[in-house]
Ligand binder design. Structure first.
Ligand code: AMP
Length: 395
């Protein structure tokens, strides 16, 4: 059921002081880092997560070990919490409705409803006056043929729901692929959307925070490099002209205000050769490309999210020095552990490496296990550090 956008889930007067309990739906690394930041400020945490000893549970006061769509467990979470947030966007609609009735969910359900579905998300972004890549809703193979003829190849067919890290997508490179692409993605039983292929020069992202009192703060734009569709590096500030940084940050602010966001919103953008910016997608939560803020900004994205949902004054998001964040996937863990216990003879002068590991038990290939923030005088120094460490040689 569509939430009523006119009913505000938040109360501009309500402030949750430290000592309050924050309930988190989900117990992965985003919840863990949120709890670590919030505990430092004196908040208490309870997480609802089916995996025993999950990353967030290891640092929270309590874990409710149950499925995300377990309504009884959600009710218990509501009882234990003064305010509730989530660390992933595919929150079950029944659970959201129950939590909103029985607890305080200032982020509401409207933004979740919007960002759970690519078509709704694109329409909502356009309604704020911000550009997305040209797209078409696809209901049949004939509609797909017509839209491919319009956009030309390559173009990208995506499922409206359920896709992440490049899953649920098909880059159509020739007309011969149309039938197979349609057949394959239709199996997901959700609407499809065709997007024009954007020949971007860079992918950048901006995280904004907004609080119930209407305050908005925007983190510096990061430039992201993906390997096999998974984020590998984030550079902050993004290595783009100052006017691009300003425009990207202004877009994030427009979206945060236009969509009545509470908490964080991560805005992923494509930058084209002629300086145009198109929004690719949104995430209404802390984002992997914002992990650089943990040591490089005066306030981290996690602290900012706690501040926003609790309606405290927002922190200063200013960047203190150049930083490169590099993700640690399953295949990087052993080389990292071998490296970290060695005398650090290979270190690059002026680079400080800040290690974050998420406490996951199994280091599967491609699984996000941690990240390293490299604080440096220049981005080049940070890259030299990555190369000298040999931890990411397999990439
Ligand atoms: P997404 O799941 O939408 O974030 O897409 C995953 C990746 O596919 C993006 O980070 C881009 O590298 C690429 N991609 C997605 N959509 C487009 C597009 N319309 N044009 C060009 N590349 C795209």
């Amino acid at each position: 059921m569509q939430p009523d956008a006119k009913i505000k889930a938040y109360d501009p007067q309500k402030v949750l002081a430290p000592g309050s309990t924050i309930g988190i739906l989900g117990g992965g690394q985003l919840g863990r880092m949120l709890a670590l930041a919030g505990r430092a400020m004196g908040y208490r945490f309870v997480t609802l997560e089916p995996t025993p000893d999950a990353p967030c549970a290891q640092v929270a006061d309590e874990q409710l070990e149950a499925a995300y769509d377990d309504v009884e467990a959600a009710r218990r979470l509501a009882e234990l919490s003064d305010v509730i947030t989530y660390e992933f966007e595919n929150v079950d609609a029944n659970v959201t409705a129950l939590l909103m009735q029985e607890s305080y969910v200032p982020q509401g359900s409207t933004l979740l409803y919007t960002t759970q579905h690519r078509l709704r998300e694109k329409r909502a972004i356009e309604a704020t006056g911000v550009k997305v890549a040209p797209y078409a809703e696809i209901g049949s193979v004939d509609e797909l043929r017509a839209a491919v003829a319009r956009f030309g190849t390559p173009c990208v067919l995506k499922t409206a729901t359920g896709g992440y890290d490049g899953k649920g997508q098909w880059v159509i490179r020739s007309e011969e692929e149309i039938a197979e692409a349609y057949e394959t993605l239709s199996q997901a039983r959700t609407e499809l959307v065709l997007e024009q292929f954007i020949r971007f020069t860079k992918e950048i992202s901006v995280i904004a925070a907004r609080s119930p009192r209407g305050e908005v703060k925007v983190f510096p734009a990061a430039e992201n490099v993906h390997v096999n569709n998974i984020l590998h590096l984030s550079f902050a500030p993004a290595r783009v002209d100052a006017d691009v940084l300003e425009r990207a940050e202004a877009i994030a602010k427009m979206i945060a205000e236009g969509l009545d966001v509470i908490g964080l919103i991560a805005v992923e953008l494509f930058l084209t050769e002629d300086g145009e910016l198109f929004v690719n997608e949104l995430a209404p939560r802390p984002h992997n490309s914002g992990h650089y803020t943990m040591e490089a900004c005066r306030t981290s994205q996690f602290e900012q999210h706690v501040r926003a949902i609790c309606n405290l004054p927002l922190g200063d998001p200013a960047l203190m020095q150049p930083v490169v964040m590099v993700n640690v996937l399953g295949e990087h863990v052993q080389p990292l552990l071998d490296w970290i216990v060695q005398p650090q003879s290979e270190h690059v002068a002026g680079v400080t490496a800040k290690l974050h590991l998420y406490g996951k038990h199994e280091a599967k290939e491609g699984r996000k296990m941690g990240h390293v923030n490299l604080l440096a005088n220049t981005h080049e120094d940070a890259i030299r550090w990555i190369e000298a460490s040999h931890i990411w040689d397999a990439n």
